[in-house]
Design a binder for this molecule. Sequence first.
Ligand code: NAD
Length: 378
Amino acid sequence: MPLQIGVPRESALGERRVALVPEICAKLAAQDMQVLVESGAGEAAYFPDDAFQSAGAHVVTRGEVLRADVLATVNGPGEDDLAHLRPESVVVGLIRPLDDAARMERIAATGATALAMDLVPRSTRAQSMDALSAMATVAGYRAVLLAAEALPRFFPLLTTAAGTMRPAKVLVLGAGVAGLQAIATARRLGAVVSAYDVRAAAAEEARSLGATFITLDLDTAGAEGGGGYAAALDDERQRRQVELLGAHVAAHDVVICTALVPGRRAPLLVSEEAVAGMQPGSVIVDLAAPNGGNCALTRPGVASHAGGVRIYGPLNLPAEMPVHASQMYARTMAALVGYFARDGAFAPAEDDEIFSGMCVTAGGQVLNERVRALLAPA
Ligand code: NAD
């Protein structure tokens, strides 16, 4: 029997991505895997059923998809799907284990093995499976387009018979994967871009994309965590950081917020006073909204106003660009499935570091220590 990979239609509100696209299904079929796609799974991403069929996938019902050996998802199983999972099932997706530990407990109760694409270790070997970076790239790009659309001014410098328009000034807070893509996109649109990050290594990357890197008079010792991630600052330095950033925020037309610290609330970088200092018509796009936001006035999932400044707190920008977002995500999913598949089975080697890093539940238990800590009674 070939290994069966099931692709359900995503059920989360507003989700338009699909976990595998036809091109990638053809590659998996060539590796002796059987791909079962729920009818309509790719519709919102413009991948119709017949495109999957032509690529060698089988278009089936949701019930059949849920019985596959491996359930390839974007957001993990829906609550209604849990009753259909079996102890042999392997579920893969961006399941946000540290944001919803109770859901991990419910998945564990099915006996299924849940692998979090959000916990793929940052190693060279696992790079092709790095779905978070792929989605951050899409989000950084879309955030700038959202800002450009909302800004009542041009992004580029324009010299016309009707006068010269100065270019927009864009500040990118957090120069990781999403931030660097935001810098590159804003530069392509002709804006003058500044960037800030606590990690010293980010400075060179931001500059190489044409941004001016802002250095604050702030002790950042210990601000670098492992794997390229940042660590949280203590309260006093966090307060000082917000204070020092205020003048920079006020001097920009657009602020794109992307700063995150894994497993924690997003750091507060833009205070209410800083927003009050911005010119009317300015725009803030806060990509950290799902984790509480970098701006004090961000309302997750909502576009709001504060004294003439528009503040966007988008929760899922990759879903708004579903073709390439699905294509990129599908590549990371196929790399993962291909890595663990052996002789028609999903068979990770014992003590495989990628597997242990991303395995959240198995054998009826929550295995991930950080999720367990969140579930432990206070
Ligand atoms: P992330 O999404 O966790 O955070 C985004 C950015 O916010 C980071 O650059 C972080 O330093 C910054 N940040 C956090 N707290 C801040 C604060 N208080 N003030 C200012 N900025 C703050 O991180 P990410 O974008 O996923 O990754 C960051 C870096 O990791 C990348 O730039 C890359 O160099 C590295 N990386 C390595 C691999 C790999 O080795 N396979 C994969 C992806 C990324």
